[in-house]
Design a protein around this ligand. Structure first.
Ligand SMILES: [Zn+2]
Ligand SMILES: [Zn+2]
Ligand SMILES: [Zn+2]
Ligand SMILES: [Zn+2]
Ligand SMILES: [Zn+2]
Length: 348
């Protein structure tokens, strides 16, 4: 390369990720739950000063359940003021445990309608009804108790359209539907327990938020930004961890604002990956652009082992790539080809 004929610019690539864990101390909430739960709730950790109460920060950065605390001395069992022992007198039956019931019900066999009798249809007027077409082959052996005709009546109700009520056995009363005859109903607000448990609780949660900052290779270059290249890797677990001294200035400006301690942050895990890349163009060869970057041989991803070699790739410069990309649409291809030809002819 003859000096003065090549241009070199830094185009470092960046992939920075940070996970932050925060600590959120929620508001105190007064609770009142049905039942006697003093034993259960007093198993929870208790606090006296919520703001100062120490809670361990979950390890790792997976989501974690909130810690539920109860204020020391706030727990009490209170008897329900709306009932006695969890139940109330049944309002539906007035505490009698019974309710009225029809003595007779519609016949289930004939439906309680005109099919009760094929002669009177339940009206007592003989020969006013013919057997239904679909019933021609049925044999009826009972006589109708309404009109007296033979062999025409529903075998269940004998033409009467109703049958004795199977629930009350024609007594006219049955156990109350609401209380099933017990005269009392459950008091729902206290869950039928007759007691409430009152306490003050607070939650401390540790949500995790993730962020990413990237400076990727220009997409038209479709080139290897894979982890195989000699990306530099630096893990930052503390707010005071320093960025690598050889981190290019442009990347430092991207990353540094991300590293400030956030409000309520209690833990972090950050991974900085960067790849120094030089872009080289040669005046005498404008159709090509060269990229030089470290490549690593004899190493897996992320590792500090292995040896850096300098890798150089050659890619078509942008106006040539345009011609290739335009093939998607015929009209666009012709327009682009024409433009490229014009550029060639005028020597641009
Ligand atoms: Zn109650
Ligand atoms: Zn009742
Ligand atoms: Zn009849
Ligand atoms: Zn019947
Ligand atoms: Zn009944």
């Amino acid at each position: 390369m003859v000096p003065g004929t090549a241009r070199l610019t830094d185009r470092p690539l960046l992939d920075f990720r940070i996970d932050r864990r925060f600590e959120v101390r929620g508001q105190e909430v007064r609770r009142r739950v049905p039942g006697r739960k003093l034993k259960e709730i007093s198993k929870r950790p208790a606090y006296t000063d919520l703001a100062a109460h120490p809670v361990p920060v979950p390890s790792g950065f997976a989501s974690s359940p909130p810690v539920r605390l109860v204020r020391e001395g706030s727990m009490a069992e209170e008897s329900c003021e709306g009932c006695a022992g969890g139940s109330l007198d049944c309002e539906q039956c007035g505490g009698s445990g019974t309710q009225k019931c029809p003595t007779r019900v519609k016949c289930r066999a004939c439906g309680g309608g005109v099919d009760a009798c094929w002669s009177c249809g339940g009206t007592r007027d003989r020969d006013t009804r013919k057997p239904p077409a679909k019933a021609q082959r049925q044999v009826r052996t009972d006589w109708c108790r309404r009109c007296g005709a033979h062999d025409v009546a529903c075998p269940k109700c004998q033409g009467q359209q109703t049958m004795p009520c199977g629930v009350c056995k024609e007594k006219g009363v049955r156990p109350c539907d609401a209380c099933k005859g017990s005269k009392r109903v459950r008091h729902d607000p206290c869950g039928g327990k007759g007691y409430f448990t009152a306490y003050v609780e607070a939650e401390i949660s540790h949500p995790v938020e993730s962020d990413r900052k990237r400076v990727a290779a220009p997409p038209h270059l479709w080139w290897p930004t894979s982890w195989r290249a000699g990306w530099r890797v630096k893990h930052l677990a503390n707010v005071w961890d320093k960025l690598p001294p050889d981190l290019p200035e442009s990347l430092r400006a991207e990353v540094e604002p991300q590293l400030a301690l956030a409000r309520r942050e209690v833990a972090r895990r950050a991974t900085l990956r960067y790849l120094p890349v030089a872009r080289v163009t040669v005046d005498a060869d404008p159709e090509w652009v060269y990229f030089a970057f470290p490549d690593r041989v004899g190493a897996g991803t992320d590792t500090e082992t292995g040896t850096d070699i300098l890798k150089v790739v050659r890619r078509p410069a942008k106006q040539v790539v345009l011609r290739v990309a335009g093939i998607a649409s015929g009209a666009v291809v012709i327009a682009v080809l024409a433009m490229v030809l014009v550029l060639r002819v005028i020597g641009a």
